[in-house]
Design a protein around this ligand. Structure first.
Ligand SMILES: Nc1ncnc2c1ncn2[C@@H]1O[C@H](COP(=O)(O)OP(=O)(O)OP(=O)(O)O)[C@@H](O)[C@H]1O
Length: 376
């Protein structure tokens, strides 16, 4: 089957938790960035951007996890923390069950052999004056020290075949500007493969690409993940593509994971009012007539996030408690969880939950795939 065909593989095996142990985990991870300001703060103390707050997430072999949310919700920061590109403010990253220590030099290179980041804009990640062959040769030499030039060329030919750029000779002597965005993204995937990683962190890998080629790249990523039994974090704004592409989905809002679980449950039975809003506001002609969730605000400032639930100023179902206490993650059936007081066992929560269920009955992501994106 070609990578351009729609397979709906993200929906396979989505019930419950995987049996395997996680490859890479974020455990209670927090990241704050100091705010650079020319004006000193009254009363002293540095202002901080609370970019990621107490996030736990596990990535499993052969399984894709989507990380979905609006711009500024902390998705890229979390991916970069998992890639060890930022130091943590709090919490722990575990690789193969063992805590990861901040690494530089050789230890950092050893980490990148296991955990590879694929970025949104392939043009920005290539040296414009290096050919495809010399870029890939550098990566092969880095991850396979001591290989001869002949051996490196054989590895490059094989990689280009795996990413469907054949005949390889047609691409190896090209410069980045001579390739399309899709071809270049395939080459950045080939570069990531040189390390034979256990984990891919794909940060919006198709959002800068033409709509017509997104499906082929996503299917390529899925095939490689399955063939290599690698784990993948798929960062995206597009919750409909998460359903199509990923077995599991975690939804981030203002630095926190507010809902997580099998993609089918998160997208077809969204429990958190923010996930419901995200689905309702994704343009999708196939959902004409479906309920619309009333949006009563904007994402908050992460310098001074709201007390209690960070979504409460924007939530049509907020209760008094939501303004004061941050909700824990409540377990729902089927490995699904929502960080929302609607799922507490109190009379008020039960009433609000019933109101919420009435308001969103029938709200699901449509059948849109990345090749036929919603509203285009
Ligand atoms: N190096 C940094 N220094 C200061 N603030 C930062 C830094 N990197 C990210 N932030 C802030 O952290 C917050 C989360 O940003 P992040 O890029 O992780 O969000 P995102 O969900 O990936 O958004 P997008 O989809 O637009 O990339 C934002 O308020 C951003 O301005």
């Amino acid at each position: 089957m070609s990578d351009d065909e729609i397979t709906g593989g993200g929906r396979r095996g989505t019930g419950g938790r995987p049996a395997d142990e996680p490859v890479l985990e974020a455990v209670g991870v927090t990241k704050r960035f100091p705010v650079r300001s020319v004006v000193p703060r009254r009363g002293g103390g540095r202002r901080m951007v609370h970019a990621v707050e107490n996030v736990s997430l596990s990535l499993y072999p052969g399984r894709i996890t989507a990380l979905v949310g609006e711009s500024g919700s902390g998705k890229s920061t979390l991916a970069r923390l998992l890639a060890q590109l930022h130091p943590l403010t709090g919490g722990e990253i575990r690789l193969h069950g063992r805590p990861v220590r901040p690494a530089r030099g050789r230890a950092f290179r050893a980490y990148t052999r296991e955990v590879q980041l694929i970025l949104q804009d392939p043009f920005a990640s290539f040296n414009p004056v290096a050919t495809v062959a010399s870029t890939l040769r550098r990566a092969v030499a880095l991850h396979h020290p001591g290989t001869s030039r002949g051996e490196q060329d054989a590895v490059i030919d094989d990689l280009l075949r795996q990413i469907n750029l054949v005949p390889a000779r047609q691409f190896t002597e090209k410069y980045p500007h001579e390739l399309s965005g899709g071809q270049l993204q395939r080459i950045s995937i080939a570069r990531a493969l040189t390390a034979s990683p256990a984990v891919f962190l794909a940060d919006e890998p198709v959002s800068s690409l033409d709509v017509s080629i997104r499906l082929g790249i996503l299917n390529l990523l899925r095939r490689l993940t399955e063939e290599r039994n690698a784990a993948m974090l798929y960062v995206t704004h597009d919750i409909a593509s998460a359903r199509y592409f990923a077995a599991d989905t975690a939804v981030m809002y203002a630095g926190e994971v507010v809902e997580s679980g099998p993609s089918e449950a998160v997208t077809q039975r969204a429990a958190h009012p923010y996930t419901q809003l995200l689905i309702s506001s994704a343009p999708d002609p196939s959902r004409a007539g479906a309920p619309r969730v009333r949006d009563i605000g904007q994402p908050p400032s992460l310098i001074d996030p709201p007390a209690g639930c960070r979504f409460h100023p924007r939530c049509p179902f907020a209760m008094d408690r939501c303004t004061r206490e941050a909700p824990p993650a409540f377990d729902l059936p089927g490995g699904h969880a929502a960080r929302c007081w609607l799922y507490a066992d109190t009379p008020e929560a039960r009433t609000r939950r019933a109101q919420n269920a009435d308001a969103v009955a029938g709200l699901t992501t449509g059948s849109a795939t990345p090749a036929e994106p919603a509203g285009q």
